[in-house]
Write a protein that binds this ligand. Structure first.
Ligand code: FAD
Length: 322
């Protein structure tokens, strides 16, 4: 970790920058940005679940250098190129109205990254992060990955490591045997905003042990939502999708063998934990969440502040929300 710091950053060169939402009509602008880090300490030294830092050029409104922003690594361990020399991330342009002035507000680093062209240089740090990783022995578990928005980034890399990892180029191969169940649930407002949708659909066709589910929160469920019985069902969030088919979540968790990874918009974990608490048997729930008996009696009233206090994820749950 921290092979390059703000004091000793490295220079990567952008090799590709393309939209990665399902349709050009998507409400948000999300791009897959690939950066060549050959000749730097980052090359061959990153894992999906880690992030790298980007230092945008120029000064902030106080005249100081811009601070670095973190971006999740969306590549498998072998990188985009198979040799760990090209690392990619999934960037969403932050575009809004300013909270106070109501003028257009453009996030500095996200728009800088999304505007970069092949050949442009970018100042980088990292890699950072040691908690949100695949386990050392991937074949001992099944996986339930749940994402919203750019929270998909680490899961793209992890899923590729698990399903199509290339042990020949990895120091610690993460390729899981075909018996390992990998389920990815992506939450999105509309089908047009689904990220890496076609690639994930193709992976699901190629690998019988990989399930790709979607939960659309502002429109009815699309026909390729992962289960034909849900086509046309009403709008739902990821936590509703988990319990949409009776008994499915229990089967997926396989008595506790499954690890749950959650990444995306801060707060998304609350609804997921509530769904789990409402649905799972006490014995199965205890493998994933340690809930105060008093809190168990008022699940509907849980709020985010209770997480890590009255509602504690166990070591089988990995959280990265921002
Ligand atoms: P900034 O210029 O930093 O603006 C954002 C800040 O401005 C906010 O902190 C907020 O205080 C303020 N602000 C926001 N909206 C408004 C408004 N309307 N009016 C006034 N002020 C406002 N992002 C990704 O896109 N992809 C990733 O893979 C990714 N991975 C991450 C991984 C980690 C571990 C973390 C911590 C963050 C990650 N992020 C990711 C978020 C990313 O680091 C940046 O925070 C994000 O891109 C916004 O940065 P920015 O420079 O564009 O915005």
């Amino acid at each position: 970790m921290h092979l390059h710091t703000v004091v000793e950053p490295c220079r990567g060169v952008v090799v590709a920058n393309e939209r990665c939402t399902a349709s050009k009509k998507a409400a948000g602008f999300v791009r897959h940005v690939s950066i060549d880090v050959s000749g730097t300490q980052l090359a061959g030294n990153f894992r999906p679940g880690q992030s790298f830092g980007v230092v945008p050029p120029g000064l902030d409104s106080n005249g100081n250098n811009h601070k670095l922003r973190l971006y999740s690594i969306a590549s498998p361990t072998r990188g985009e190129d198979g040799r760990g020399a090209i690392v990619a991330t999934t960037v969403k342009r932050l575009i809004d109205e300013h909270w106070e002035t109501s003028k257009l507000f453009l996030g500095v680093a996200s728009n800088y990254l999304c505007d970069l062209k092949p050949g442009d240089e970018v100042t980088m740090t990292g890699p950072a992060g040691k908690r949100f990783l695949l386990p050392a022995e991937p074949s001992k578990h099944n996986y339930l990955f749940i994402a919203t928005g750019t929270g998909i980034a680490p899961f793209r890399g992890m899923i590729l490591d698990l399903l199509e990892g290339s042990p020949a180029v990895l120091s610690s191969p993460t390729l899981a045997p075909s018996g390992t169940g990998v389920t990815f649930l992506m939450g999105s407002p509309y089908a047009s905003d689904l990220i890496y949708h076609r690639d994930l659909g193709e992976l699901a066709q190629r690998h019988g042990n990989f399930r790709y589910w979607t939960a659309l929160s502002r429109e009815r469920q699309s026909a390729d939502a992962g289960d034909p019985s849900l086509a046309g069902a009403k709008a739902m969030y990821v936590q509703d999708r988990l319990t949409a088919i009776p008994g499915e979540l229990e089967r997926l968790l396989d008595g506790g063998k499954t690890l749950i990874y959650i990444c995306g918009i801060a707060g998304m974990e609350l609804g997921i934990f509530q769904s789990m608490a409402r649905t799972l048997s006490p014995a199965l729930l205890a493998k994933y969440l340690e809930v105060d008996p008093e809190a168990m009696g008022r699940i509907d009233a849980w709020d985010r502040k209770m997480i890590h206090k009255q509602v504690k994820p166990t070591k089988r749950v990995f959280l990265e929300v921002y």
